[in-house]
Design a protein around this ligand. Structure first.
Ligand code: ADP
Ligand code: MG
Length: 256
């Protein structure tokens, strides 16, 4: 059995669809028969809640994993409806940012922790916070690749350059395996001409680094978290759910 491929879902902007992508890709990959671990690296804990796990009731979280007071095997738990495992996060994680600065191997804590369970999964998906912080750095050091969700808006390409530079620096200094797996167009509305134009620019600029699958704007995806379920499970017939299952197939095909 081969070891897990580890991917960060990252974009330093907030509200661009990182958490929705992580949760629904996890559920989609589970649906196509892959073993998945989701790691919530955002103190907001949205991926935890969206996976049906109460962030306020976590006995152990990714905070404990980063500070090495718990192992991954101890801190993970199954998403009740998602079909994948979760290492949850909550506000406590915000403190890790400061505490890690004092510690050795501070960027590589998550990488070391995930190495202990790589045989248990086909995919590990890390939901990053909206910043290029020590937490995101831990995600990037642990990963083989980065999935970048983005909305096709006017400043989208500009915002990408900071992320691309950070990925280059991490690649050069900390993790030579790291690369951009692909850009995922999310919350897409084909009726908006500007979105089509930006989408074309993206393809012209990044070529086959742009995933074929496009995730439409779909209210069912936005409603699902309040039911503690990935959209993929909450309303499988919805356009959003179907797009994420399609995206999971594309990922599984590209990357095993
Ligand atoms: P991030 O993690 O980057 O901050 P989220 O995934 O939390 O972004 O998404 C931001 C908001 O947009 C959330 O309210 C989410 O439900 C909503 N959203 C995300 N993707 C879609 C979509 N494809 N269609 C409709 N709403 C979406
Ligand atoms: Mg988020």
């Amino acid at each position: 059995m081969s070891a897990a491929k580890i991917f960060c879902v990252a974009n330093q902007k907030g509200g661009v669809g990182k958490t929705t992508t992580t949760v629904n890709l996890a559920a989609g990959l589970a649906q196509v028969g892959r073993r998945v671990l989701l790691v919530d690296l955002d103190p907001q804990g949205n991926a935890t809640m969206g996976s049906g796990i109460d962030k306020r009731a976590l006995a152990l979280s990714v905070y404990d994993v980063l500070l090495e007071s718990a192992s991954v095997a101890e801190a993970r738990q199954p998403s009740p409806k998602g079909g994948y495992d979760v290492i949850g996060a909550n506000r406590e994680l915000a403190g890790a940012e400061v505490e890690l600065v004092e510690l050795e191997r501070r960027e590589k804590r998550l990488r070391a922790a995930l190495a202990t369970v790589r045989e248990d999964y086909d995919f590990v998906l890390i939901d990053c916070p909206p910043s290029l912080s020590m937490l995101t750095l831990n995600g990037l050091c642990a990963a083989h690749g980065v999935i970048v969700p983005m909305q096709c808006e006017y400043f989208a390409l500009e915002g990408l350059s900071d992320l691309v530079n950070t990925i280059k620096q991490v690649h050069a200094n900390l993790n030579s395996e790291l690369k951009i797996i692909g850009l995922l167009r999310v919350m897409f509305d084909p009726r908006i001409t500007l979105q089509q134009q930006v989408s074309e620019q993206l393809k012209a600029h990044f070529g086959d680094k742009v995933f074929n699958t496009v995730i439409p704007r779909n209210v069912r995806l936005a409603e699902a978290p309040s039911y503690g379920q990935p959209g993929v499970n909450f309303d499988p017939a919805s356009k959003g759910a179907q797009a994420f299952v399609e995206f999971a197939r594309e990922m599984a095909q590209r990357l095993g």
